[in-house]
Design a protein around this ligand. Structure first.
Ligand code: PHE
Length: 446
């Protein structure tokens, strides 16, 4: 057997896992869901889900991956031979496709906005809502950019894990953080910004519905890249001597921080500029250009921002693609090149439907959702939490405790004081919470 490529050292794995976690989920998806679900109360629910479910599941996934030294599907075949747990891996592969189909469309939007910033065509007409809507509902342009985004992602995947992901994450994620802080400062100093801050920070629980809880939970899974084997695959690249617990803490902490900063950058500006917080999927793409116009050197900031956002999206999509490609290479014995091309082709087909459902073929609706929203809903609110549920049952109740403890303490070389809390959460809280949210949402109990 060949020795698996591994990330170089501690910062390498944190950077790579954070690269997967931090992406459009934080800057595009979180603010728009937050805006549609009452602001502060949604933020609180999201943070609770991160701590009580996200962290334990991330630790569980890292442990499974490092122990089994393989992709998610094989990991369960190795650890639980002749049992159906490998279905978690299969579901993860399905989720990779469904997520990539709409993720690549939004990735394409970031490319359009880079071009608009560089060519300074953003501010010609001041109506950013109109500009955004006419772009995403167009025919060939969104598709061309989606294609470009996919080509970029697959090119990096072809280059292999280490070179591609690690080096870009290490430098660019901290840069994104700094830029976001600058944007937050500008946003909160705009006249009329306080209302937006209040919206984000003062929870108003009367605005929450049963659906918001499902959405907050789905967002926690989505934003930490959990429930679909991504962190299992990445766990397999972590060296034995690395401490899983502090790495998971760092990744989840940075991820939540970036989402909150995105909220602080967007809501005060949205209120100041008179943009409705519940404008939907365009919120970030409508608000931020408006704010850049109010900044000295705005188009330079805008270029930097959308470039970094595009790169953050790339490091996430690479991790999604890696799940499928490593399956094709390791399980189906397809060579890396053809496997990557095959996966790319399938994603582009599905992705085309997502893009076109926003304009050209609006009739493409199921359960009252257009194809784009449907893929998003199925992935984030169903597949990921279901995956998380089974991962928690597996690690909490099936996998020998000895094995998990060995991973969490790196063979006894590090102390993990939270072990009992971890087991309490993964055995009881995580599965019961996921089930409760599902039951109350889908069976309309209570
Ligand atoms: N976490 C990524 C983001 O926030 C998206 C993602 C989801 C990546 C699931 C991998 C797996 O953008």
């Amino acid at each position: 057997m060949t020795i698996r490529d591994s990330f170089s050292g501690r910062f390498g794995i944190i950077a790579a896992a954070a690269g997967s976690a931090i992406g459009l989920g934080n800057i595009w998806r979180f603010p728009y869901l937050c805006g549609q679900n009452g602001g502060g109360a949604f933020v609180l629910l999201y943070l609770i889900c991160i701590v009580l479910m996200g962290l334990p599941i991330m630790l569980a996934e890292f442990s499974i991956g490092r122990k089994a030294q393989s992709n998610a599907y094989r990991a369960f075949k190795v650890l639980a031979p002749r049992k159906p747990w490998y279905m978690i891996g299969v579901m993860g592969i399905v989720a990779s496709f469904t997520i990539m189909s709409f993720y690549s469309a939004v990735g394409g939007w970031t490319i359009e906005y880079i071009i608009r910033s560089v060519s300074n065509t953003m501010s010609i007409s001041g109506d950013h809502t109109e500009q955004f809507n006419s772009f995403i509902s167009g025919s060939y342009k969104p598709l061309a950019y989606q294609f470009a985004f996919l080509v970029l992602s697959f090119a990096i995947v072809m280059m292999g894990v280490r070179k591609g992901i690690e080096s870009s994450s290490k430098i660019l994620m901290p840069l994104l953080l700094i830029l976001l802080i600058i944007l937050c400062i500008r946003s909160v100093t705009l006249p009329g910004a306080t209302e937006g801050l209040n919206f984000l920070l003062k929870p108003d629980f009367s605005k929450l519905t049963g659906n918001s809880i499902l959405l907050a939970m789905g967002q926690a899974f989505f934003s930490l890249s959990l429930g679909m084997g991504c962190m299992i695959t990445y766990g397999s690249y972590i060296k034995r001597e690395e401490d899983l617990t502090s790495s998971a803490g760092m990744v989840a902490g940075t991820d939540a921080l970036i989402a909150l900063l995105a909220g602080v950058a967007i809501f005060p500006a949205a209120f100041a500029l008179g943009i409705e917080p519940d404008s939907g999927a365009g919120l970030a793409f409508i608000t931020l250009p408006g704010m850049f116009e109010q900044m000295a050197g705005g188009m330079i900031f805008s270029t930097f921002f959308f470039t970094l956002l595009c790169i953050a999206a790339l490091t996430s999509s690479i991790s999604l693609i890696e799940v499928v490609v490593s399956f094709c290479v390791e399980e189906m014995r397809i060579r890396r090149g053809p496997a990557t091309a095959l996966v790319a082709g399938c994603i582009f087909l599905l992705g085309t439907l997502c893009s076109l459902s926003l304009g050209i073929i609006p009739g493409l609706e199921l359960f009252g959702l257009n194809f784009f929203d449907l893929m998003d809903y199925i992935s984030s609110n169903l597949l990921l939490p279901i995956g998380g549920f089974f991962i928690s049952i597996y690690v909490g109740w099936v996998l020998q405790k000895r094995i998990t403890v060995k991973e969490l303490t790196s063979d006894g070389t590090v102390r993990f004081t939270g072990l009992r809390i971890f087991y309490f959460l993964i055995k009881y809280i995580v599965p019961v919470a996921i089930l409760t949210v599902f039951i109350s949402k889908f069976l309309q109990v209570g």
